[in-house]
Design a protein around this ligand. Structure first.
Ligand code: GLU
Length: 396
């Protein structure tokens, strides 16, 4: 599907992610004039019948300014305390600014489990949908006061993508100090080219995402591309644009530089959307080329095609399915515990009963529980370099 630009009012439900640096100034705190202008843009969209959700960063940045904490990296308990102070001020600011446009704001603070555990996911989704039904604008952030280093989204780009897929949004707008995707980091490479439309997130596109993040915001281009993968797989378009102009949404409409990512041509079911966007797969299985071809033609993953099993997962957990070239190609719910999966990897389905002592299911991952997360294509050296950079992150 072509990543054609269209007026924002043509979308039905838009999630707007706002980076910390746009809302908070290190010394003076909240940028009220910018926020008021942003809220006017939101009001303009809403008056045309578009539902809007905001994922707002800035709690920690604002809290550290209010508390006068020194510059530099904060300890976990310091950032939790900063978030406690900052979030209350942030929510008040949103609520006040939106109310001058006759819009009621509702605050939603999410922890990782709220989107990763199916029951909690459905619950959070119901609350957000209810807020939208009542005409309110949900203002969403990670619940940083209770998030720990291990159990957190860590960046609001992926959180926003998760929210967008959760509520079935058709557009995700990532506003930060970056105006879009370049073939290389523009401040390092004078040859860097700007990419206006991205039809598909290929390994080459992934390789273009550097790792950089500023002190105020955690996400760099890497997390934005990860967000793009989550969003586009479930049929949601994505825009990366600069939020620096005073009316950022109006600026996009007026043709300001921005990168547009096309939604996948074949959106998957709501349950598969949840599987595809899981941030913390419990393990992975590496499969051979024959199995990859079978998966791409819509078949289930059989034990015979599995080469290697990594991690400790239980039946029903989400696992990543890695192709022979080392790249993740799909996600799915494991049909077996990791220990059992190791025993039957590479074996014919008919042998399962003898090996495990009971007649298990034929598939390691059933096709109804599986979603392809990467397009077929040749892997390049550049792509490999890009993937290595992302190692050690939550989703790796
Ligand atoms: N949740 C963090 C905050 O509100 C921001 C995370 C990010 O910068 O992406 O301070």
């Amino acid at each position: 599907m072509a990543a054609t630009r269209k007026p924002l009012e043509k979308y039905r439900r838009i999630v707007i992610k706002i980076g910390s640096a746009l809302l908070v100034e290190r010394k003076s705190g909240l940028k009220k004039t910018w926020l008021d202008a942003m809220c006017a843009d939101i009001a303009a969209l809403k008056s045309k019948g578009v539902e809007v959700l905001v994922v707002s960063s800035g709690a920690i940045a604002l809290g550290r300014t209010v508390l006068n904490l020194p510059a530099g990296v904060l300890k976990l308990e310091e950032s939790q305390a900063a978030a406690a102070v900052g979030q209350i001020a942030l929510a008040r600011a949103w609520s006040e600014s939106l109310s001058s446009d006759q819009i009621i704001a509702g605050q939603i603070l999410l922890t990782l489990g709220d989107t990763e555990e199916r029951r909690r996911y459905l619950n959070a989704r119901a609350t957000i949908n209810q807020l939208l039904k009542l005409g309110s604008v949900p203002i969403i952030n990670e619940n940083d006061t209770v998030a720990t280093t291990e159990i957190r989204y860590g960046d609001n780009d992926r959180l926003a993508a998760r929210v967008a897929t959760m509520v079935g949004a058709d557009l995700l707008v990532l506003l930060s100090d970056i105006d879009g995707l370049y073939t290389a980091p523009p401040h390092l490479d004078p040859e860097a080219r700007f990419l206006e439309t991205i039809a598909e997130i290929t390994p080459e596109i992934e390789a273009m995402a550097g790792g950089a993040a500023s002190e105020l915001s955690r996400g760099g281009m890497r997390t934005k591309i990860d967000a793009g993968k989550i969003a586009t797989t479930s049929g949601c378009a994505m825009i990366i644009a600069s939020g620096k102009p005073e009316h950022p949404l109006k600026a996009i409409e007026a043709g300001a530089r921005s990168s547009w990512f096309a939604p996948s041509g074949s959106p998957v079911t709501a349950r598969k959307t949840w599987i595809a966007g899981q941030l913390l797969p419990a393990g992975s299985v590496t499969i051979d080329a024959g199995a990859e071809a079978a998966l791409r033609s819509g078949k289930s993953l059989l034990p015979a095609g599995v080469r290697q099993v990594t991690g400790s997962f239980s039946r029903g957990d989400t696992i990543a399915i890695v192709g022979a070239t080392g790249r993740e190609i799909a996600r799915g719910l494991a049909g077996y515990d990791a220990d059992e999966a190791r025993q039957i990897a590479g074996k014919k389905s008919a042998e399962i009963g003898v090996i495990l002592g009971y007649a298990g299911r034929a598939a390691m991952v059933h096709r109804d529980d599986m979603v392809m997360t990467a397009p077929a294509g040749k892997r390049t050296e550049d792509a490999r370099a890009g993937e290595d950079e992302g190692k050690g992150k939550l989703h790796a």
